[in-house]
Write a protein that binds this ligand. Structure first.
Ligand SMILES: Nc1ncnc2c1ncn2[C@@H]1O[C@H](COP(=O)(O)OP(=O)(O)OP(=O)(O)O)[C@@H](O)[C@H]1O
Length: 241
């Protein structure tokens, strides 16, 4: 049971940003997608959520192919984007209702869950607010709450820590750990390598649209022949070679 990306070639129109990307995210694991600016992290995620169409290769989740069964595949994924995408004319409450409708969630259970998440992120008194009145971090928290509501097989998280205060970062990490325990596969792109080193079970390092290395932190230390190096040192060393 996992996300499988196999020989993915893709990008924007005819420009192939991703050259031949393969990796797996197993059920109940958190995988860090690591790369410099422009390496192809968001492009990879955009392919996995079906926003971009592969030029070659395949993407499947627990055997369900994005190409062959897009609706069944998309029901099983949730996504926290790097830049919050909210509807100006909808309140926080209406954003939650929209998410519940989209995933066909049972109302009572979904609202209990939503209220718990809203309390964690200190948003429970802002249900009637519109996005224009939210700070950057608050908008990011709304995206997190919406993505955490459904019970999905795969959660994609694109650079979540920018704009979040330390309390919210801790709360997000706790929620990711909870999701993982429930069996969700999580792929998270981030530049915050110290946090990634602490919380991720394994890593996919990409550079110029190609996988440089993948595996656990111990695997990467072995591959780079640096038994005491940090994730950041390993990555800098690999990209400079
Ligand atoms: N909409 C787009 N149209 C054309 N090219 C794009 C588009 N978005 C990104 N690219 C190009 O694709 C390449 C990979 O970009 P991508 O956004 O995937 O990088 P990233 O690893 O997520 O970087 P960052 O860490 O800066 O967010 C870059 O060369 C970028 O210029």
């Amino acid at each position: 049971m996992s996300l499988e990306v196999e020989h993915l070639v893709g990008g924007y129109s005819s420009l192939p940003v991703l050259k031949d990307i393969s990796f797996e995210v197993k059920q109940g694991t958190l995988v860090g997608l690591i790369g410099l600016n422009g390496a192809g992290k968001s492009t990879t995620i955009n392919h996995i959520i079906g926003l971009l169409r592969p030029q070659k290769g395949s993407i499947s989740l627990n055997g369900v192919s994005l190409q062959n069964a897009p609706a069944a595949y998309k029901k099983k994924i949730a996504y926290i984007p790097e830049i919050p995408v909210l509807y100006d004319e909808l309140t926080l409450k209406e954003h939650l209702e929209l998410t519940m409708m989209a995933y066909k969630l049972e109302q009572k259970q979904a609202w209990d869950h939503a209220l718990r998440l809203l309390k964690i992120f200190r948003l429970e008194k802002k249900l009637d607010w519109f996005p224009i009145n939210f700070s950057k971090g608050m908008k990011q928290k709304v995206m997190i709450v919406c993505a955490m509501l459904p019970d999905v097989d795969l959660l994609l998280v694109d650079e979540p820590f920018l704009g979040l205060d330390p309390l919210a970062t801790r709360d997000l990490l706790n929620l990711l750990a909870e999701k993982k325990e429930n069996g969700t596969a999580i792929l998270m792109s981030t530049h915050v390598l110290s946090t990634a080193q602490e919380v991720c079970d394994s890593f996919v390092m990409i550079d110029e649209g190609q996988v440089l290395a993948d595996g656990t932190f111990a695997d990467l230390r072995k591959q780079s022949r640096q038994p005491t190096a940090s994730l950041s040192e390993i990555y800098l060393d690999m990209t400079q070679k």
